[in-house]
Design a protein around this ligand. Structure first.
Ligand code: PLP
Length: 386
C-alpha cells in the first residue's frame, strides 16, 4: 500500500487556514508597537485591535466590549470559572459542571474545591450527554456558576445547552452559565444570544488560527475577578500586553470558519460517515462511542476490543497516521479517559480507544487510506495479545 501522511488529530490543533498568516504578517514585522502607546503608530494599532474585537464580537452576535482576548482556550476557561466563582463568593460557594469537561474546567473546579467551594460534577448517559435531571437537582441557593461544554472533544457528543440554560434560569435567573465551545467552534453554531448563555470560551488554534490566542465572551453585568494582574488591558479583566499578531490571526480564522459553519459541518459529516462506516465494516469487535446523531461532524471515536490504544497510536504513526486516544492533552498521562469512564465504557474496552478528528484539508483518499490500514494493524495487535 502506498504510504501517506495523514493528520487526523484536529481536535488537538489545526494548521493555519489559508490567509491567516497574511493577516498576521504586518503585525509581526512593521507594526510591532505596543497598542498601549500614545503615539501615532500605536494609536492606529489600538484601533485595529479594537476593530478585530468588533469583528469577532459580530460573528458571535455580541458586543465588542464584552469580548476579552486571552492566550488560549485554557486561559479563557480558567478565567471564566475562577473569575466568576471568586467574584461572586459572597453569594455562595457552589458551582456545577459535568464529569466530561476538558481539564481546563475540571482542574479549575478542583482548585476551587481545595479553597472551600462545593462542586457538583453532573453525570452523563452512555452516549456522553449530560443528565439534565441531575442538573435540576444539583442547583441550590448557593450556586453561583454552571459550566457545561457545547460539545465533547473526545467523543463528539453535543450537549443540550439551551435546555440546560432554561433549567438554570428557572431556578435562578442571575446564575451565569459558561460554555466551553473550544471543540465546537466552527462546526456548530455558537451565537451567544441564541444559546442564551452568559460566558463562552473559544480557542484560535482549533479553527485554523495561530496558537497563543483565545477569547472569553461575557454578558454585561456578569461579575468577574481578573486572574492575571498587572495592567489595565482588556478593560482590567486580563492584564498583559495583547499578542496583536495572534489576535489578528484568530480574528481572520474565525471570520473564515464561523460564517461557513454549516458548509464545513456538511463536508466533515460526509467524510466522517465514510470513515466510521468503513471502519465498522472492516474491523470486527468495534464499538463507536458518542451520540450517534447529536454530535460534532468531524470526530470519530472508536473502542477496539483487545487492543491497547497507546500501542495502536504508535503503529499508526509508523504508517504515517497522526491520531489520538482519549484527550490529546491528557494522552501523555496514559490514564484511561475520564470521558469514557463517565459514559460507563468498561475500562478494558476504553483502553482500546482511538479518536480520529478530521479537518478541512482531509480528503476521501486520506479516509480510505486509514480504512485500508486499520484492519491489518488491529488484527496483528490482537494476535500478539493472545
Ligand atoms: N476545551 C476543550 C473542549 C478542548 O478540546 C481544549 C483543547 O484540546 C481546550 C479546552 C483547551 O484549549 P487550548 O488548547 O486553546 O488551551
Amino acid at each position: 500500500m502506498e504510504r501517506r501522511r495523514v493528520y487526523l488529530d484536529h481536535t488537538a490543533t489545526t494548521p493555519l487556514a489559508p490567509g491567516v498568516l497574511d493577516a498576521m504578517e504586518p503585525y509581526l514585522t512593521e507594526r510591532w508597537l505596543s497598542p498601549a502607546g500614545l503615539y501615532r503608530g500605536a494609536r492606529a494599532l489600538r484601533r485595529e485591535l479594537e476593530d478585530a474585537r468588533r469583528r469577532v464580537a459580530q460573528l458571535l452576535g455580541a458586543e465588542a466590549n464584552d469580548v476579552v482576548f486571552t492566550s488560549s482556550g485554557t486561559e479563557s476557561i480558567s478565567l471564566a470559572i475562577r473569575g466568576v466563582a471568586l467574584a461572586s463568593q459572597h453569594r455562595g460557594q457552589h458551582i456545577i459542571t459535568t464529569q466530561i469537561e476538558h481539564r481546563a474546567v475540571l482542574d479549575s473546579a478542583k482548585q476551587l474545591e481545595k479553597q472551600g467551594w462545593r462542586v457538583s460534577y453532573l453525570p452523563v448517559d452512555s452516549a456522553g450527554v449530560v443528565d439534565l435531571a441531575a442538573l435540576e437537582s444539583a442547583l441550590d441557593a448557593e450556586t453561583t456558576l454552571v459550566s457545561i461544554m457545547l460539545a465533547n472533544n473526545e467523543v463528539g457528543s453535543l450537549q443540550p445547552i439551551q435546555e440546560a440554560v432554561r433549567i438554570v434560569k428557572a431556578h435562578g435567573p442571575a446564575i451565569p452559565v459558561h460554555v466551553d465551545a473550544v471543540a465546537a467552534g466552527g462546526f456548530v453554531p455558537i451565537e451567544v444570544q441564541r444559546l442564551g448563555i452568559d460566558l463562552l470560551s473559544l480557542s484560535s488554534h482549533k479553527v485554523g488560527g495561530p496558537k497563543g490566542a483565545g477569547l472569553l465572551w461575557m454578558r454585561r453585568g456578569v461579575l468577574l475577578q481578573a486572574q492575571i494582574l498587572g495592567g489595565d488591558q482588556e478593560r482590567g479583566r486580563r492584564a498583559g500586553t495583547e499578542d496583536v499578531p495572534a489576535v489578528m490571526g484568530m480574528a481572520r480564522a474565525l471570520e473564515l470558519a464561523l460564517p461557513t459553519t454549516e458548509e464545513r459541518g456538511e463536508a466533515m459529516r460526509r467524510l466522517c460517515t465514510r470513515l466510521v462506516d468503513g471502519v465498522r465494516e472492516s474491523v470486527p469487535r468495534t464499538v463507536v462511542t458518542g451520540h450517534p446523531t447529536e454530535r460534532l461532524p468531524h470526530i470519530a471515536s472508536f473502542c477496539f476490543e483487545g487492543v491497547d490504544g497507546e500501542a495502536l497510536l504508535l503503529q499508526l504513526d509508523v504508517q504515517g497516521v497522526a491520531a489520538a486516544s482519549g484527550s490529546a492533552c491528557t494522552s501523555a498521562t496514559l490514564e484511561p479517559s475520564h470521558v469514557l469512564r463517565a459514559m460507563g465504557v468498561p475500562p478494558a474496552l476504553a483502553e482500546g480507544n482511538l479518536r480520529l478528528s478530521l479537518g478541512v484539508e482531509n480528503s476521501d483518499e486520506d479516509v480510505d487510506y486509514v480504512v485500508r490500514l486499520l484492519p491489518g494493524v488491529i488484527e496483528r495487535m490482537r494476535q500478539l495479545r493472545k
